[in-house]
Write a protein that binds this ligand. Structure first.
Ligand SMILES: NC(=O)C1=CN([C@@H]2O[C@H](COP(=O)(O)OP(=O)(O)OC[C@H]3O[C@@H](n4cnc5c(N)ncnc54)[C@H](OP(=O)(O)O)[C@@H]3O)[C@@H](O)[C@H]2O)C=CC1
Ligand SMILES: CC(=O)[C@@H](O)[C@H](O)COP(=O)(O)O
Ligand SMILES: [Mn+2]
Length: 394
């Protein structure tokens, strides 16, 4: 047994892929965790069930009606003695994030996660960060708001790198090697991507995740975001962060050291361990997942990235190097383009083409990355620019 003390957890995005798996991990370790608050989006039925199961003292939703949520919770629990505080509205997750839980797990999708990330850091909570977008768009602002060690990465690649670096020294690191599945369209040329459908893009080879990240895995935008995330979390320059395609995703990422040694972190392609570590860091919980089965013959493959068919990582490196509001623009344009692709208004390859055009149109001098308002203004500008391109493509 590890020496993890009991922690209260505020779970943002509790009804999503990360959120529901976090509740599984917590339910398996009831002596280690209790739910301080749940925050969801619009799935009030699932949120009410989660509230009833965890007896969360605070339950928040971004959309819907507070009375409807209270009624759903009453239905789900059947116990009139359980009457949680209910919050509904755009800022509800941010209020929850700032509530002072020991750990805030941010499992919201998109740059709307920025305000909750900053609220959790300001409240002094440990931030278990799945919502990579908030770090990428907030960049130096988010880093400046965090004390050393306050952000614990939940993204599997970054959890892997953090595990490889445990007890190590930053000056021993030569390179980070971020692994990528390559997505469902791995091996296709750009021409062969022309007609792919949203349903095909959502068929991730290994992980069951939310719609945006799954689409981003197919375009490789997810890997682009993860290169910027790695740069920000581990202070390694972009030219020393590599991406390698590893379709089996058993190696979650690696760190190469200056003496030529490489440490890799391995495990089945599931999120339970990164989530468990996010909640319990620096301790490990017992039996969070099953390890790799070495009694079974298996082959693991590695391929270079095809930047011609999948230019998203190359573009992410450019916006990461440019800094300022460029990463926020890249992310916001992508969020709009992904929605448009699922609405049938953009082709698959036009997602990254749109991002590239919006980035190219962004005026470096116009963006102010030193304030939340400046970042949000760049985000809003990029969304409007991307929407104009989507309309022009119809
Ligand atoms: N899923 C995974 O395995 C991984 C995910 N990540 C990252 O984790 C984050 C979450 O991903 P994932 O769980 O897949 O996404 P999902 O789409 O499955 O879940 C998103 C969650 O956010 C909630 N939500 C939406 N809007 C708001 C809002 N305004 N306030 C509060 N909650 C809101 C949704 O609620 P509702 O459904 O009720 O509307 C849902 O609970 C993303 O940043 C992703 O990149 C990183 C690595 C792996
Ligand atoms: C599980 C996780 O961390 C996802 O971000 C995953 O990495 C997606 O894999 P690819 O983006 O490599 O397809
Ligand atoms: Mn990842």
């Amino acid at each position: 047994m590890g020496g993890v003390t009991h922690r209260t957890v505020a779970l943002l995005g509790s009804t999503g892929s990360i959120g529901t798996q976090a509740l599984e991990v917590m339910a398996a370790h009831p002596d280690r965790f209790s739910v301080a608050a749940l925050a969801g989006g619009g799935n009030l039925a699932l949120l009410a069930q989660q509230a009833a199961a965890t007896r969360a003292p605070v339950v928040a939703a971004a959309y819907g009606d507070a009375d409807a949520l209270r009624a759903a919770i009453a239905d789900a629990t059947g116990d009139p003695g359980y009457r949680p505080e209910v919050l509904v509205g755009h800022d509800a997750a941010t209020t929850v994030a700032g509530g002072g839980a020991d750990v805030v797990l941010n499992g919201i999708t998109g740059s709307i996660g920025l305000a909750p990330t900053l609220a959790a850091l300001a409240a002094g909570s440990t931030l278990a960060l799945a919502n990579k977008e908030s770090l990428i768009v907030g960049g130096p602002l988010v880093k400046a708001a965090a004390r050393p060690g306050q952000i614990v990465p939940v993204d599997s690649e970054h959890s892997a790198i953090a595990q490889c670096l445990r007890g190590g020294r930053a000056d021993e690191v030569r390179r980070l090697v971020v692994t990528a599945s390559g997505g469902p369209f791995r091996g296709r040329s750009r021409a062969e991507l022309a007609d792919v459908t949203p349903a095909q893009a959502l068929a991730h080879p290994n992980f069951s995740m939310g719609r945006v990240i799954t689409t981003n895995s197919a375009t490789l935008v997810n890997k682009g975001l993860e290169v910027i995330e790695a740069h920000l979390l581990f202070d390694v320059p972009f030219e020393r962060i590599d991406v390698v395609v590893h379709p089996q995703q058993q190696i979650h990422s690696m760190v190469e050291f200056r003496d030529g040694s490489t440490i890799a972190q391995l495990g089945p392609p599931r999120m339970l361990v990164p989530i468990g570590l996010g909640l319990s860091w620096p301790e490990r919980l017992d039996d969070v997942d099953v390890p790799c089965d070495w009694s079974r013959a298996q082959s693991w493959d590695f391929h270079p990235l095809d930047d011609e068919a999948f230019p998203a990582v190359r573009l992410a490196r450019q916006v990461g190097e440019a800094g300022g509001t460029f990463p926020a623009v890249y992310n916001a344009a992508n969020e709009v383009a992904v929605d448009a692709f699922h609405e049938g208004a953009l082709s698959f390859v036009a997602i990254v083409d749109t991002v590239e055009q919006v980035v190219a149109a962004h005026d470096a001098g116009a963006g102010d990355a030193s304030s939340v308002e400046g970042v949000l203004a760049a985000d809003a500008w990029a969304r409007a620019a991307a929407r104009d391109l989507v309309l022009a493509a119809r």
